[in-house]
Design a protein around this ligand. Structure first.
Ligand code: SF4
Length: 152
C-alpha cells in the first residue's frame, strides 16, 4: 500500500482550502493501491489555515526540537506538525505502508526542498516534518514530480 498526500488526490485540505490534484496520482487511489492522509489536518489545524513554514532548520531539526514551525502571523504551530506527523505514521503502520508520494515543498510533506521560513517564496534544502519522520522510520518517499519512475 502506498500513502499519498491527500491534496494530490484532489482533497481540498491545502492551507487555502484548495488542492493539488494530479490525475495520475488519483488513479492510484481509484485502483485501491493507495491511502490518503493530510498531516496538517491530522495535527488539528483548520482548513483553510494560515500558512506555515519551518524556521531555524528543517523537519529533522523540528523532530529534534531544534527548529519550530511558525505560521505567517508569528504563532508557533510546532506541536500541531509533530502530532500530525505521528498520526500520519500511525496510519502508515496500520496499513503496512512501505512508500509514500508526498507533496513537494510543504512544511509537512516536502522532500528535499522546503520553503525557507521567510514567507517570501524562497526555498532551502530539507524535508518537511512528516517526511522527516517517515524517512526515519524507513518509509521510502518520493514527491509528485518523481513518483512515476520510482513507485508502481
Ligand atoms: Fe497536502 Fe501535506 Fe499540506 Fe496536507 S499537509 S495539504 S497533504 S501538502
Amino acid at each position: 500500500m502506498i500513502l499519498i498526500s491527500a491534496c494530490l488526490a484532489g482533497v481540498d485540505c491545502k492551507y487555502d482550502g484548495e488542492n493539488n490534484l494530479r490525475e495520475e496520482i488519483l488513479s492510484l487511489v481509484k485502483e485501491k493501491k493507495a491511502i490518503l492522509v493530510c498531516p496538517e489536518q491530522l495535527g488539528g489545524l483548520s482548513t483553510p489555515r494560515v500558512p506555515c513554514e519551518i524556521v531555524g532548520g528543517d523537519g529533522q531539526a523540528v523532530l529534534n526540537k531544534c527548529a519550530k514551525v511558525m505560521n505567517k502571523n508569528g504563532e508557533d504551530k510546532t506541536s500541531c506538525f509533530l502530532k500530525g506527523a505521528q498520526q500520519a505514521l500511525r496510519i502508515a503502520k496500520l496499513y503496512g505502508v512501505k512508500s509514500a508520494i508526498l507533496k513537494g515543498k510543504s512544511p509537512s510533506c516536502g522532500k528535499g526542498m522546503i520553503y525557507d521560513g521567510s514567507f517570501s517564496g524562497k526555498k532551502k534544502n530539507g524535508d518537511g516534518v512528516t517526511a522527516a519522520l517517515f524517512k526515519k522510520e524507513g518509509i521510502k518517499i518520493v514527491d509528485e514530480e518523481s513518483f512515476k519512475n520510482q513507485i508502481k
